[in-house]
Design a protein around this ligand. Structure first.
Ligand SMILES: *Cc1c(COP(=O)(O)O)cnc(C)c1O
Length: 378
């Protein structure tokens, strides 16, 4: 593990190796490099005028991570009372919290309103009715459906409506006493296709114009999340995405509107390194299997949706083999990856999983009795 892998900084890598060497911590656990998070936060939004960042808490709701982000004065995007409670306990003011989940539970909505949250997404008449009843007079933005091609984790089939419906919903919200302030969309998570943002912003522009013709005065464009990180392949960088997005917004929207960005993965993803242990090896048929102590159920859930991680093993051997990598549970679903080229480790060796700071611990369960891994900031 002496050589630094390609896309992690030498500084982070040294911190990780030092932590492992100096601490006899039981694996698996997740290390998060605070400096990487800080750097990412300073990068995001930098190229988009009038923008504010609202970190999507579901990517990693670890208390220490949220504390760090709070100290960096980001906003937060939340969807549940659990997420709200952590932020409340950290003293985050409601002005820095929005909720873009188009379907809110009654309990959450109640508590969010009580806390003073004023910004809510919606994409149905039923949700507008619910908001009008439980959050009268609040600010609402409609979720527009946009292309998710090129995203490794598409979201467009679950939420979002087409133009005509979105327009009708904004008008309806106003009739119901809500304040329709704007439009949101999500290009899909881990989106490596910069044109998705262009298409989405164009579509939002058409809706914006149509809304103005109906006498609605909008002020907010929320461009959602989706910024990608490096897992095994290089991706389009944030600066490139933002320059393009800023240009289109500047050409096509009034210059004084607010832009909200809701990154989750890009804030914490590549700050994370999972530290795991090889617990077994097997030859099954003609496949080499590596069994490790973190798997689909206790941290690497996204692997079954197609996210491929980069692994680094401590090994004396230099020749590589092709491995199927599996987690510790007895479930046959618990296979993280296939055809991974790695030098052969010994049982008991460490195996590190890079870019694993987002959508890992937040998905983890105690299935089969394996505890949820700890998160440690370095
Ligand atoms: C999950 C989510 C995000 C964050 O998406 P990333 O792809 O992690 O950046 C942003 N906004 C909403 C509404 C979400 O549901």
């Amino acid at each position: 593990m002496e050589t630094t892998p390609e896309f992690i900084s030498k500084k982070t890598w040294n911190k990780v190796l030092n932590y492992i060497a100096l601490n006899d911590e039981e694996t698996p656990y997740l290390l998060i490099d605070k400096e990487v998070v800080t750097e990412k936060v300073s990068q995001i939004g930098k190229r988009i005028r009038n923008s504010k960042t609202f970190y999507a808490v579901k990517a990693n709701p670890d208390r220490e991570v949220l504390k760090l982000l709070n100290s960096l004065e980001t906003g937060f995007e939340i969807a549940s009372e659990g997420e709200l409670n952590i932020l409340a306990s950290l003293g985050v003011v409601p002005e820095r919290i929005i909720t873009s989940n188009p379907m809110k539970t009654f309990k959450f909505l109640d508590q969010a309103v009580e806390y003073g949250v004023r910004y809510f997404a919606f994409d149905t008449v039923a949700e507008a009715d619910k908001l009008a009843r439980y959050a009268p007079g609040c600010n609402v933005y409609v979720r527009l459906s946009v292309p998710n091609e090129g995203s490794e984790w598409p979201l467009s089939k679950k939420f979002g409506v087409e133009m005509d419906e979105a327009l009708a919903l904004l008008v309806y919200a106003k009739e119901k006493g809500l304040v329709p302030v704007g439009i949101t969309f999500h290009v899909g998570s881990q989106c490596n296709n910069v044109y998705n943002w262009n298409t989405a912003v164009d579509k939002a522009r058409d809706l914006w114009e149509a809304a103005e013709q109906q006498g609605l005065k909008l002020s907010l464009l929320n461009i959602g999340g989706g910024y990608p990180i490096h897992y095994t392949k290089s991706v389009v960088d944030i600066e490139t995405i933002e320059k393009k997005v800023d240009k289109v917004i500047h050409q096509k929207f009034p210059s004084d509107i607010d832009i909200y960005i809701e990154p989750g993965r890009a804030v914490v993803g590549d700050a994370g390194v999972f530290v795991s242990t090889v617990i077994g090896k097997a030859l099954r048929g003609d496949e080499n299997w590596l069994h490790i102590d973190v798997g689909v159920f206790n941290g690497l859930m996204e692997s079954i949706g197609g996210i491929k991680y980069t692994y680094v093993v401590g090994s004396r051997s230099s020749s590589e083999k092709s491995w199927t990598i599996a987690g510790p549970s007895c479930d046959s679903f618990d296979v993280i990856d296939r055809d991974v080229e790695l030098p052969e480790p010994e049982v008991g060796n460490r195996i590190l999983i890079l870019s694993s700071g987002a959508y890992t611990i937040s998905y983890a369960s105690e299935f089969n009795g394996f505890s949820i891994p700890k998160t440690i900031l370095i």
